[in-house]
Design a binder for this molecule. Sequence first.
Ligand code: HMG
Ligand code: MG
Length: 296
Amino acid sequence: MDRVTIVEVGLRDGLQNEETILPVDVKREIAEDLMAAGVKELEITSFVHPRWIPPLADAAELACSLSPVEGVTTRALIPNRKGLERALATPVDEFAVFLSASETHNRKNVNKSVADTLPVLREVVEEATTRGKRVRGYVSTVFGCPYEGEVPLPRTASICGELLDMGVYEISLGDTIGVATPVQVREFLKALTKEIPAGCLAGHFHDTRGTALVNAYVALEMGVTTLDSAFGGLGGCPYAPGASGNVATEDLIYMLEGMGVETGVDLDALCRVSEKVGRRMGKTLPSKVLASWTAT
Ligand code: HMG
Ligand code: MG
């Protein structure tokens, strides 16, 4: 494996579920520090309703405060047309749309059925594409739903097909509540990639039960070479009870470097970012590599 793309989602997924709301200047500094550490794909915020996700209410201000950096792509989550309009008024490079494979999580998360969400996303993707923006898609709860339990694979496959048909260039598969186990991920990807090419897929593993890193490894073995992660292991979805952080970017980088995969990210610099954020939030961030770095 020569190349793995890491999508740093800490500023969005990492902060959306936190009680501490960081000021926009602090977020800007984190984004700049992450870029200086070598992160090339950065999901910076969401243009969702500020009442639903108060920690990201400053989306436009943050997006407008960042100076473009050569070779770095910034991205924001968009739920609907209103979010798209807000995002288009900022310099964010790319967008991401999202929905869930399970009906109940989708309703809790975006207040609509899956069937009613798809046309909303289609309009967003088509309009964004016309305006020259690339759009990624997320499918949540693919390995399990906090309300419905197991989610049949054909639901995910059919939603992935719809997203590709709309024009998204990549689909990130969300283990929203961190229930997946490695053999499940292997079997799931073996079946899904019969319909959806692995090159269009990304892995988004939450670490609720300590399986995110091994699931990421299995995804790589199955040809999914884009992985989402969050600095320090922050993360969670407010509408998925029990969900906790994403796989930590530090832990992922450490594993990839051990496999001889060049990531371009300076692990030491990344740990400094997470340590600073942890101090600022008054908490210990869950990354294991960060804990070992802090101790030495
Ligand atoms: P709604 O209340 O159904 O919206 O919320 P509505 O369309 O009925 O509109 C109601 C009012 O909200 C209107 O204003 C709209 O203009 C306004 P009024 O006319 O009453 O004054 N409005 C907005 N304002 C600002 N920005 C907007 C927007 N949209 C409508 N974008 C909505 C629907 C989707 C907005 C809401 O449910 C929402 O914001 N949900 C976001 C939930 C969220 O962010 N969840 C976490 C992200 S997903 C995730 O974490 C999973 C992931 O990480 C992958 C994984 O782990 O699986 C991606
Ligand atoms: Mg997530």
